[in-house]
Ligand binder design. Structure first.
Ligand SMILES: [Mg+2]
Length: 385
């Protein structure tokens, strides 16, 4: 079997890749560097020149080659390699007639617990989103930003006192909305200084979040480790990491209890599986990152099914509206996607990934590019997005 073509396919706010073989199998992958889809598509075309004609089943060999061939790494290359890697696993599963998790040792669970990725630009929207998700059976809710999340035009306060107070109040409102027994996955989006994060974590420890994700930027693992050592609140990070070695360093320094690898950024199912093994060996929880499309959901689900370290999976529900993140239901983009039931996704049973791109998806939902933008502090300075 040979790879005949590798082609990026932009659909709505997603970037997929289709890998076709000479015997007619089509593997599907997805990239997660969402601010840089055009650049990722170009990287996919460039990699295609090297892989066309190769045996698609030599997945680890291709993974090693692509990580070492030209010495450069990062988000765009990680996304391109990740998307192609997912498609190669899809091909292997389809050819052998088994779901991908069967190639990773088999499923150790029947269902994967998910948290509802609650969308909302203001606190009242998040609170009603939490109430709605819990009413529909979710036992965990996440993507809960303690700061305003959607409107980047209104400046954000540069006062640490105001910012910390606002953030603690927000988490209190999330806990009240969710009730006492629902897991809260709080997401700070890298918007705190070390000093703010320290005070914030101290202020919310009695509210028992399952974890707080990315209070700090991901530039400095030492800083994350310092913060984690000073709080009883579990920490989560890793959605921007582009290599398994970032996770190894994080674990070695005990920078987080929960790991957030994204297969569309970290070398696909191969990369996610390797981080799952690292997590298991370090008693860390695996929480695959996924604000993206139905292919990332499916790819993550196969690793979730086969990993003892799996904790919970982010699940982006269909969102309507004019915001960039609004998107069509997964079922209109792919065949085979099933929504969660009572907060769990069923482990796929069909060969390969279990989802196929609908032939008319790209025509029905033309590509949309996310505009580059930033937040501002009230003094005019640039804040983390
Ligand atoms: Mg995040």
């Amino acid at each position: 079997m040979r790879i005949e073509s590798i082609r990026p396919v932009a659909v709505d706010r997603y970037l997929f890749v289709q890998v076709r073989t000479d015997d007619g199998i089509v593997g599907l992958g997805e990239a997660s560097a969402w601010a840089h889809h055009p650049e990722t598509a170009e990287a996919i075309r460039s990699i295609a020149e090297a892989l066309e004609g190769e045996d698609p089943r030599l997945i680890e060999r291709h993974w090693q080659f692509l990580h070492r061939a030209a010495h450069f790494r990062g988000a765009v290359l990680g996304a391109a390699i990740g998307a192609i890697d997912i498609a190669l696993w899809d091909i292997a599963g389809q050819q052998l007639g088994v779901p991908i998790h069967a190639l990773l040792g088999g499923a150790i669970r029947d269902r994967a617990r998910v948290y509802a990725h609650v969308w909302g630009s203001a606190r009242d929207e998040l609170v009603s989103g939490i109430e709605d998700a819990v009413a529909r059976g979710y036992t965990a809710v996440g993507h809960l930003s303690p700061f305003s999340d959607g409107d980047v035009v209104t400046p954000t306060s540069a006062s640490p006192t105001r910012r910390v107070a606002e953030a603690i109040d927000a988490v209190r409102a999330f806990r009240t909305a969710a009730g006492e027994s629902v897991d809260l996955c709080v997401e700070v989006h890298r918007r705190m200084t070390f000093a703010e994060a320290l005070q914030f974590l101290h202020g919310i420890q009695d509210l028992r979040p399952m974890f707080v994700e990315d209070p700090l930027t991901h530039d400095n693992i030492d800083e994350m480790a310092d913060l984690a050592a000073r709080t009883t609140v579990p920490m989560a990070t890793g959605e921007r990491f582009t290599s398994i070695w970032d996770f190894q360093m994080l674990l070695r320094r005990r920078g987080a209890e929960y790991l957030r690898p994204d297969p569309g950024l970290l070398g696909g199912i191969t990369g996610l599986h390797k981080v799952a093994v690292l997590a298991e060996a370090n008693h860390a929880g695996l929480v695959p990152h996924n604000p993206m499309g139905p292919v990332i959901t499916a790819a993550s689900l196969h690793v979730a099914a086969s990993s003892a370290a799996f904790s919970i999976q982010e699940y982006p529900e269909h969102q309507t509206g004019a915001d960039y993140f609004a998107s069509p239901p997964a079922s209109e983009i792919v065949e085979g996607a099933t929504p969660p039931v009572a907060g769990f996704l069923e482990v796929p049973r069909t060969p390969g990934l279990g989802v196929r791109l609908r032939p008319d998806a790209a025509d029905r939902f033309p590509a949309r590019r996310r505009p580059l933008r930033s937040r501002r502090f009230d003094d005019g300075g640039i804040a983390e997005l």
